[in-house]
Design a protein around this ligand. Structure first.
Ligand code: GLN
Length: 492
């Protein structure tokens, strides 16, 4: 019999409803798996034993009284530690928030609780979600379940590692420039970033507010749909929340791709992409063509500048957002003779080097005399990117590319060279700049046995189409390999 920790959300939901096992059984299986893998992976910053046990018992008694709260009822969930959870330490992997116990739940979190989900723990991330490897965590890196010498990607690396290793059935992360999709690709799971505004950001600790989106990390496309159904939808507490009806994500899951136009973005394929990754992606594109899609080569010239513009816009917004961590309101406080000294010592001690780099960069880009040349210019580039996407979506229904230019890299490989780390996100950043949805689907392994991710992008609110193509990619790839290398033998 399969270990319950290896079930999909959809499979577990069916088993729970058929009375084959209880939520308490499921939780025990996940605890057992975490006990085997955590010493190596360090996916979690904290595990909420008591809260999870209460939630599992609650979910079981709801089932007994025939109350069905939806597909996540009774399912163990991992939350990135930048999602605010009432009474549960929320650190953003930063020393500046050590010990912070939020007085409220973010909207996504409260929707999960209302849906009967079992919040298992808070996962590791790059500090304030700035990074692509989880190595920028103040609490030590997470590791990749496929090879613990390698990074799980980031910044939602903890959630990705947990789902890949079976220490959660579903995880949530945030994606500002690729932080859900890239770790999903590197860990061999599905990761999706919804249309900007589809999931409330209320209670997501802000990095770059015009780019941040919460989304799910799952083992299958159908699970991604199930998770998005629970957390998505209008929220008056977030002024950027999309006020219309959410699309029917399931509508096309079984429809295949016959008749669809699939655009291959020339700027995101080929040059700069690892040949094995590109070969996997090309094979996948050929499969879509065989399944009846027409393939169109498309150029979006301005996305060549997406990365550069992102590294002005995201730091600019972060420099404003992180001003609130001043030693007065949250977490760490250092002593000082004056208020200013207290604040500057707190910030100097509390923030790690990457966060400090971003704050400096952003403050510079926004300062008088430079604002128009840097921030203003980056915003104009963003407009060009949006226009390029709009033009592309007149010729294609969805766009495709690799998710990450490489498979998982070794720990330490890119930490000395910020630019090489930043390049991890060249393929994912464009959809953040345009605000459109995108998903990464695992399609196979490279020669070293590491997972390759395939990205499907769609126009705003095009989730049904995106999921439809992703489901076909998943069916064709038949990627069922599970990360089984996360044994209890501790890697040092
Ligand atoms: N790696 C990118 C960065 O460091 C994206 C991070 C994210 O999406 N949160 O900014």
């Amino acid at each position: 019999m399969t270990d319950l920790a290896d079930l999909t959300v959809t499979g577990a939901a069916a088993g729970l409803r058929a009375g084959e096992f209880s939520s308490v059984d499921l939780l025990e299986a996940v605890h057992r798996r975490a006990a085997m893998t955590e010493a190596n992976l360090h996916a979690y910053l904290s595990i909420d034993r008591d809260g999870a046990a209460r939630a599992a018992v609650g979910a079981d008694s709801a089932f007994k009284s025939n109350t069905d709260l939806g597909l996540l009822q009774g399912i163990p969930v991992a939350l990135k530690d930048n999602m605010v959870t009432r009474g549960l330490e929320t650190t953003c992997s930063s020393k500046i928030l050590a010990g912070y116990l939020p007085p409220y739940d973010g909207t996504a979190v409260s929707r999960l609780r209302e849906g009967g989900a079992v919040i298992f723990g808070k996962t590791n991330l790059d500090e304030f979600a700035m990074g692509s490897s989880t190595e920028n965590s103040a609490y030590g890196p997470s590791r990749n379940p496929w090879d613990p010498e390698r990074v799980p990607g980031g910044s939602s690396g903890g959630s990705a590692a947990a789902v890949a290793a079976g220490s959660a059935l579903v995880g949530f992360g945030s994606d500002t420039g690729g932080s859900i999709r890239q770790p999903a690709a590197l860990c061999g799971i599905v990761g999706m970033k919804p249309t900007y505004g589809l999931v409330s950001r209320y209670g997501l600790i802000a990095f770059a507010s015009s780019l941040d989106q919460i989304g799910p990390l799952t083992r299958t496309v159908e699970d991604s749909v199930a998770a998005l159904e629970v957390v998505g939808g209008y929220d008056p507490a977030d002024s950027t929340s999309y006020p219309g009806d959410v699309p029917d994500y399931r509508a096309g899951l079984e429809s295949g791709v016959a008749g669809l136009r699939v655009g291959v973005v020339s700027e995101l394929n080929g040059e700069g992409i690892d040949p094995e990754v590109q070969a996997g992606v090309d094979q996948c594109i050929a499969g879509l063509e065989q399944a009846g899609a027409s393939i169109v080569e498309l150029s979006l010239p301005s996305i060549e500048y997406a990365l550069s513009a992102y590294y002005l816009i995201a730091p600019a917004e972060c420099s404003a957002n992180l001003a609130r961590f001043d030693g007065v309101r949250y977490g760490l406080r250092r002593r000082g003779e004056t208020v200013e000294e207290m604040m500057s010592t707190t910030r100097a001690d509390g923030f790690g080097p990457e966060v400090i780099r971003r704050i400096l960069l952003g403050t510079y880009a926004l300062s008088a005399g430079y604002y128009d040349a840097f921030y203003g210019q980056a915003q104009r580039v963003r407009t060009l990117i949006i226009q390029d996407f709009q033009a592309a979506y007149e010729q294609a229904d969805v766009l495709v590319s690799p998710t990450s230019p490489t498979t998982a890299f070794q720990l330490g490989d890119r930490t000395q060279d910020p630019l090489s780390m930043y390049l991890s996100d060249v393929c994912t950043i464009p959809s953040n700049m345009s605000g459109d949805p995108a998903i990464s689907v695992p399609i196979g392994l490279d020669g070293a046995g590491l997972p390759i991710g395939f990205q499907v992008m769609a126009p705003a609110l095009g989730e049904p189409l995106m999921f439809r193509v992703a489901a076909e990619v998943e069916r064709q790839a038949g990627f069922e390999a599970r990360a089984t290398h996360a044994t209890s033998e501790v890697v040092t």
